[in-house]
Design a protein around this ligand. Structure first.
Ligand code: NAI
Ligand code: MG
Length: 362
């Protein structure tokens, strides 16, 4: 059967970079590598302008029907006056919630040609190929009780609660173990079991799952504060890191900075597989809609194109085709082509379309 893909370009540079990913999709179809049923729709500010809300029920239904969603970026100053519940960014939160996307995969690869862009020394980051799996629908951002209350003496108390259940921990740990099997075979589980009950349960649960079902994977445990330090000191010790929503938020931002090329990084958010092994999944660059350069043809399309490569790998098991795209990106960088965001001495500054052309040629 054809693979059902839903493209949601969004706002700002979203549509500009999506066009370049679309060309790669067309090439995959033209060369007989895959057959797609493609659909495209509005999200974010673009949807607010037409429908009065950041995402419609129809788009959610199309996303539920799709085998995978390729998302661009949403947001922009023209919609900043919208109330919180109607901001463009709600579209992505709604998609996560309705599709049950609980595992956020954030790779932090360092391309050989961009090794000098990292704030760390080249000998520390060369060849870095780290994957952070962040739990994305539970933990302290959602736990009850929560709220701000006024105490009898007039002072106030703000409360958040970190709650994790064993099924929540098991399903995200499983994603990490399965990924590690296709990578270097190592998982680092990160929490603060020394001071947090939810962290202790996390450690015990991941350890038990590893022992029972993934004896082939080398599992280690680390406290989150130490992990932050180790990421800056010796990031190559890690293969797959699996961690909670809060720690994953912080550690994945830190890890992306290590690469020195934020505009290059893709991400995936996966749901639970059903009985037939099918799972909802959404792929997007980690960057936003970049209103400062939108409409100028300057955006770097490589994060969007690499998000497509992740889509092929994780939704369709098309690892060879994913690798082909990643190699094309590496080749383009090696030949000295650079958009403005990754410009280095001795390289040629090109725009979005020329970068897309270069990837197609490679
Ligand atoms: P941003 O990632 O859009 O931009 C930060 C800086 O990086 C800007 O100077 C921008 O020009 C540059 N940049 C980003 N992507 C680039 C690319 N592909 N090529 C070249 N340069 C690039 O983050 P910012 O400015 O904080 O947010 C702008 C808007 O995007 C806001 O409305 C924000 O809420 C939204 N946003 C949306 C996200 C999403 O759709 N998932 C994620 C992050 C932000
Ligand atoms: Mg963050």
């Amino acid at each position: 059967p054809n693979k059902k893909l839903l493209l949601l370009p969004g706002d700002g540079i979203g549509p500009e970079v999506m066009v370049e990913a679309h060309r790669v999709i067309d090439w995959l179809a033209r060369t007989g590598r895959a057959r797609f049923d493609l659909a495209e729709d509005l999200v974010g500010g673009a949807s607010i302008d037409v429908h009065g809300k950041p995402i419609t029920e129809r788009v959610i239904e199309r996303a539920l029907e799709a085998d995978a969603v390729l998302f661009g970026a949403v947001g922009g100053p023209q919609w900043d006056s919208q109330g919180f519940a109607n901001r463009p960014e709600i579209a992505i939160l709604e998609l996560r919630r309705r599709l049950g996307l609980f595992a956020n995969l954030r790779p932090a690869p360092v391309f050989d040609a961009l090794v000098d862009a990292s704030p760390l020394k080249p000998e520390i980051v060369r060849g870095l190929n780290l994957m952070i799996v962040r739990e994305a629908t539970g933990g302290i951002y959602f736990g009850e009780p929560r709220g701000i209350e006024t105490l009898p003496d007039g002072s106030k108390r703000g409360v958040n609660t970190e709650v994790y259940t064993t099924p929540e921990i098991v399903r995200v740990a499983r994603v990490a173990f399965e990924l590690a099997r296709k990578r270097a075979g190592r998982v680092m589980s990160v929490e603060k079991a020394n001071v947090m009950e939810s962290g202790l349960l996390w450690r015990q649960t991941v350890a038990a799952l590893g022992k029972a079902e993934y004896p082939d994977i080398e599992l280690s445990h680390m406290y989150a504060d130490n992990c932050a330090m180790q990421l800056a000191k010796n990031p190559r010790q890690f293969d797959v890191i699996v961690t909670s929503n809060l720690f994953g938020d912080l550690l994945s931002d830190l890890a992306s900075m290590l690469t020195g090329s934020l505009g290059m990084l893709p991400s995936a958010t996966l749901g639970a597989p059903d009985a037939s092994g099918r799972r909802h999944a959404l792929y997007e660059p980690i960057h936003g809609s970049a209103p400062d350069i939108a409409g100028k043809g300057q955006a770097n399309p490589l994060a969007q194109i690499l998000s497509l490569a992740m889509l092929l790998r994780y939704s369709f098991d098309m690892h060879e085709d994913g690798a082909l795209i990643e190699q094309a990106v590496a080749g383009v960088l090696a030949s000295g082509m650079r958009t403005a965001d990754i410009l280095q001495p001795g390289t040629a500054k090109i725009g979005t379309r020329t970068m897309g052309d270069a990837v197609m040629r490679e």
